[in-house]
Design a protein around this ligand. Structure first.
Ligand SMILES: Cc1cc2nc3c(=O)[nH]c(=O)nc-3n(C[C@H](O)[C@H](O)[C@H](O)COP(=O)(O)O)c2cc1C
Length: 369
């Protein structure tokens, strides 16, 4: 008798691929997930982080939660950084565990810019492209707070920020990561510079499309200079209507088209694209979202947002992306790849525990069977 096994053969997601120098045994990527578990004064990743990422080492590639490139980048509680020696040592334990379990892991680098709050910055005002409030919310030790009107960054601030990204990329290499991902999405620093509503600068970092993308490209050049070969990815969210200041229109999409063409000339491992969120207000479904960037970027593309096993297999099978990343599914299904392979049901995570700290809702989701 032949058992009806849900085989891997019909699942393009389960076939290996290369993203630059990164060799993936499958195309199921763990998307970055802020989990606010570094509840110690130095924002150091702990043994809990090693356990959490180790449980998910079956992913073709893990992208860590966003991590601070400096103290000035901070804009959320209990998120670990990668700028101090203690943080590098903490991350080394994480990468050692993931590698011992056969996984691959890249570190997402994060800077919140104007979307921070004085409560994160020792009372200082956050800095962004111009003195314009991004009208976002930030999770502070006192709960969610509205952002304020930031200070406009000087050219010196910008150059220092580029250097902080370069140092963080070097730290990630020392911590044993396989690469880094520049987090240029959401309502955060790079997205603020790219946004004509928030970037009113008249200098080289504003004024027109080329000026607005200069900060990100300078950072890409600095970060790639720290890595041999293609081990740096960039994550973008052109369709994200993160706050009322982030409006998705043809002008902005045109800016992103040119940005992606410029990224195409850089030695990147991949482009990680968050597509439209069908449930989010202000975001319109666009069936061409991934095709638009596939045309403009010759390197590997990771697609994200709202995928399940079937829709991800369909996209990869049709050549629309090289890999698909999953965030919320990885919260509650540490063994997501084997669940896909075996056709097992997926567990649902509890959003109340996403940021609450501690092991509950973090390392206590069991593998199936
Ligand atoms: C709890 C939570 C934390 C997140 N943290 C990050 C983050 O640190 N960096 C990032 O680029 N995206 C972050 N995201 C966005 C996810 O990576 C992903 O784009 C989004 O959840 C959609 O993917 P999904 O449908 O597979 O969940 C986060 C999402 C959630 C739900």
């Amino acid at each position: 008798m032949t058992a009806t096994l849900p085989t891997t053969l019909g699942q393009p997601l389960l076939h290996g691929t290369d993203l630059g120098e990164l060799r993936l045994p499958n195309r199921v990527v763990m998307a970055p997930l802020t989990r606010a578990r570094a509840d110690n004064p130095g924002l150091v990743p702990t043994a809990l982080h090693a356990a959490y990422y180790g449980q998910r080492a079956g992913a073709g590639l893990i992208v860590t939660e966003g991590t601070w490139v400096s103290e000035r980048a901070v804009g959320f509680v209990n998120v670990p950084g990668v700028h101090s020696a203690a943080q590098v040592a903490g991350w080394r334990r994480v990468t050692d565990v993931v590698h011992a379990l056969g996984g691959r892991i890249v570190q997402q680098l994060w800077h919140t810019g104007a979307a921070s709050h004085p409560d994160h910055l020792g009372g200082d005002l956050p800095a962004g492209p111009s003195a314009i409030d991004p009208r976002a919310r930030t999770f502070t030790p006192g709960g969610f707070k509205e952002t304020l009107t930031p200070r406009a960054m000087t050219v010196g601030d910008i150059e220092a920020t580029v250097e902080e990204f370069r140092l963080a990329a070097a730290n990630a290499r020392r911590a044993g990561f396989d690469g880094v991902e520049i987090g240029a999405l959401g309502a955060f620093l790079f997205a603020q510079f790219l946004n004509p509503r928030l970037n009113h600068r008249a200098d080289a970092y504003g004024g027109d499309r080329a000026g607005r993308r200069k900060l990100l490209l300078d950072v890409v050049d600095a970060v790639t200079s720290e890595w041999e070969g293609r081990r740096v990815g960039v994550r973008l969210s052109p369709y994200m209507a993160a706050t009322e200041c982030f409006v998705v229109d043809e002008e902005l999409l045109g800016d992103f088209d040119e940005l992606v063409a410029a990224l195409n000339d850089r030695p990147l491992a991949y482009l990680h694209l968050r597509g439209p969120d069908l449930a989010a207000p202000g975001e319109t479904p666009d069936p061409e979202a991934f095709a638009r960037y596939r045309k403009r970027f010759d390197g590997p593309l990771i697609a994200n947002n709202g995928f399940d096993r079937d829709s991800a297999n369909a996209l990869v099978g049709a050549g629309g992306a090289d890999a698909v990343s999953f965030a919320t599914h990885f919260v509650a299904n540490p063994d997501l790849v084997s669940r896909f392979a075996l056709g097992r049901e997926l567990a649902a995570g509890d959003p109340a525990t996403y940021y609450q700290g501690g092991p509950q809702g973090y390392v206590d989701y069991p593998a199936a069977g």
